[in-house]
Design a protein around this ligand. Structure first.
Ligand code: E4P
Length: 233
């Protein structure tokens, strides 16, 4: 079956999983406390931005979050990737090894998946690449919506294509992880298409709460309530 969420093909899937795309531990702690967080993704740029050592940051994140925490290899050759993956894997059992969608990355994906390690294949920009990652046993495929939009392509249609292709082959267990999300509409469209997971930057997660009618409605309720002179406790 395609998804690990239910036995019946007619069963509703569990809610879309939310990962946060950051290496900032304070933001991760804050989000973890909301109960919204199912996992974390990092990448070399996010680690660089944090100004911290990768092994320390990933260990700290894994103490806060029980779900998958993606830690990306920095090597580009198979053997070196496997050596880095061995170090990253030792940090915690919920570390998912992130590898780039290259021939060496997919070879590493296959080897790691065979030994039971969850692999997130990143930098996916085509449906063909997503099919290769699934065949290599990836736990997650990360198609980058925003970066495709940036060059005038339709990032959302890549998500639709991958979801459709994977659905044709029930043996595929790879989860579609919508990445490079820039605004709430990316997330909503990905959910409508049935993406399993979205990795969302903290600022976009904050935007998900906002609606001007919520603010306006609450202000009106509070004004009317104050006029009653009542208090509940
Ligand atoms: C995914 O895992 C990547 O870290 C991330 O979504 C990339 O997003 P960006 O294109 O905003 O850098």
């Amino acid at each position: 079956m395609l998804y690990a969420y239910g036995e019946s093909p007619f069963a509703r899937k569990r809610a879309m999983k939310f990962f946060v795309d950051t290496a900032e531990i304070a933001e991760i702690r804050e989000l973890a406390a909301t109960g919204l967080l199912d996992g974390v993704t990092t990448n070399p740029s996010l680690i660089a931005k944090s100004g911290r050592k990768i092994l320390e940051v990933i260990a700290e994140i894994c103490e806060v979050v029980q779900g998958p925490v993606s830690a990306e290899v920095a090597a580009t050759e198979y053997k070196a990737m496997m050596a880095e993956a061995a170090v990253l894997k030792k940090i915690a059992s919920n570390v998912a090894i992130k590898v780039p969608l290259t021939p060496d990355g997919l070879k590493a994906c296959y080897a790691l998946s065979q030994e039971g390690t969850a692999v997130n294949v990143t930098l996916c920009f085509s449906a063909a690449q997503a099919l290769l990652a699934a065949k290599a046993g990836a736990a997650f495929i990360s198609p980058f919506i925003g970066r495709l939009d940036d060059i005038g392509h339709d990032g959302m249609s890549l998500i639709a294509d991958i979801v459709q292709i994977y659905a044709n082959y029930p043996a595929i267990k790879t989860e579609v992880l919508a990445a490079s999300i820039r605004h709430p509409i990316h997330l909503i469209e990905a959910a409508k298409m049935g993406a399993d997971v979205a990795t969302i930057p903290p600022n976009v997660i904050k935007q998900l709460y906002s609606h001007p009618l919520t603010d306006k409605g609450l202000a009106a309720f509070l004004k009317d309530w104050a006029a009653t002179g009542q208090s509940i406790v």
